[in-house]
Design a protein around this ligand. Structure first.
Ligand SMILES: [Zn+2]
Length: 89
């Protein structure tokens, strides 16, 4: 996929939920960031709210839970310090 999606980076705070779910379509979830300028699935603006992974497992659809798992894996890969993700060419 070559589509470029931009994100707002959301600082992770200890004790606060880090998973951002689109409350409009409930089919997108990201860890520590939200897509900009709008949701890639439903084009909703400011529709994202933060939840814990536990909460998503509690009420999320199977698809949403699966995406949360992917987001969790990506987050652990991106945890390297000073990662400037600028690959525009
Ligand atoms: Zn959405």
């Amino acid at each position: 996929m070559s589509a470029t999606q931009s994100f707002w980076s959301v600082p992770l705070r200890e004790g606060e939920p880090a998973y951002w779910v689109c409350m409009s379509c409930l089919s997108e979830v990201f860890h520590g960031k939200v897509p900009m300028p709008d949701c890639p699935t439903c084009q909703g603006v400011s529709t994202y709210e933060a939840f814990t992974l536990e909460a998503i497992h509690d009420w999320g659809t199977e698809d949403l839970i699966a995406k949360a798992g992917v987001a969790q894996q990506q987050a652990s890969h991106e945890s390297a310090p000073a990662a400037s993700v600028e690959s525009a060419d």
